[in-house]
Write a protein that binds this ligand. Sequence first.
Ligand code: ZN
Length: 508
Amino acid sequence: MKAVKYSKANYLLVALMSIALCSASYAGQEFTSMQMQGVELVDVQVDVDAAAKRLSKAVQFPTISNQDRNDFDVKAFEGYHQFLEEAYPNVHKTLKREKLGKPRAYSLLYTWTGKDPSLPPAVFMAHQDVVPIAEESRDQWKQEPFSGAIADGYIWGRGVLDDKNQIHAILEAAEMKIKEGFQPERTIYFVFGHDEEVGGPEGARHVADVLEKRGIKQIAFVIDESAPLIPGVFPGIKENSALIGIAQKGYMSLELSVNGEGGHSSQPPEHSNIGILAAAITKLENAQFPYRINKAVRYQYRFMGPELAKDKQPMYEAVAFGDDDKTTELEQKFIEEMAADQVTRAMLHTTIAVTMFNAGIKDNVLPPSATAVVNFRIAPSDSKESVIAHVKKAINDDRVEVRDISASTPPTNIADPHGQGYKMLEKTIRQTWGNDLIVSPFFVIGGSDSKHFQARPFAPNVYTITGIQLESTAEFAGFHGVNERILVDEYGRSIVFFYQLMSNLEDL
Ligand SMILES: [Zn+2]
């Protein structure tokens, strides 16, 4: 057994970042660094080789979520559930495990009853499903994507970064804790969804319904996946950083359709169904949602701002302490900078993405209908209703029908980065990875299963981070891409992170 002891940050010698201590003030508030100082690394022993073998085995179950839900692989999920029972005997002896979901019950809810079950519980989330391998990319993989190969210091395969690493790091940590006789103060739930990659309508959403029906009024703390620790993960930050998602956008897909008479192409009308629909889409794309700095972005720059370029401090300060009712010149400058980059621009407004367009079957037949699908990621200032109203107004054409075809979700609550949950999480990050990294809240432009919790009043404080250190953005390309891999030793550190988080929950 190779027991790896995680007591000093020997993995990546990240250049010591310069913490810009800025002393300007804004309406009495100081724009100083928010980075927690002087947290000591914990000393935890992990049998990382044995843990890596279990994660390797997990990868070998192809728990794929295809867009076509008829392709659901029952055998892969059942095999995986069976394996979990064998791999983590103490967890399965001590915690209650339920299989939930509607209509398919392949999500797992584990209940680890606390010493004081009257305390608001904590929820640890991750997902079992993985995205498929694009056929044309298969030969670019250095290891078979479902082999779970352990080679060159890495564990390879689809799901090792998204998101079986989190499931297994949580279970490894719980197994260690139980062996040590630990029982949490508050009840901890593990929620492992089975359809996150298609939005979680069957799994996480149903589990949230179940917990709500069981009378849980308030969840103290939720953790779920998001960005891994990685230097350069966010535009403008070169240093190693741990970003904690505090809010997620809403999600909706609208089908636009034009139904009218088809007919022979020798006697066409002036405007065909395709022409009418194309014009509607052009009008919609020309009516982009206005840019706004939302509260999650203000929080983000309150924490991130003091660590960024010195010459931009006044701008970040204006954003951090700004007021939603008026936009100052500095904020306007910020909006222009953000809008120049595709990633940061999405943080400023509800996005419009035309993703599908269908009409016609033959060159000399006018199609009787034309349809398109537009996907929206809804900003906190909008709602499903306000987006539909915006679309109808922009198109302004009664011939175009608008229909919501998605398992839509509203924009979520914004978790408090000044609250105990955030502080506890930052402390745990620093106990695991040290002090030479920037920790900051951020606004998530994508979303994960936890949005089904975070959009409800019972879960105001959902924090999202993938607790694994990557070496570079090249490794990050494995996320939904080719050569998905994580370092074995870094996986050991992920286990330490969750192990420590379970102890620190007592701080809440
Ligand atoms: Zn994921």
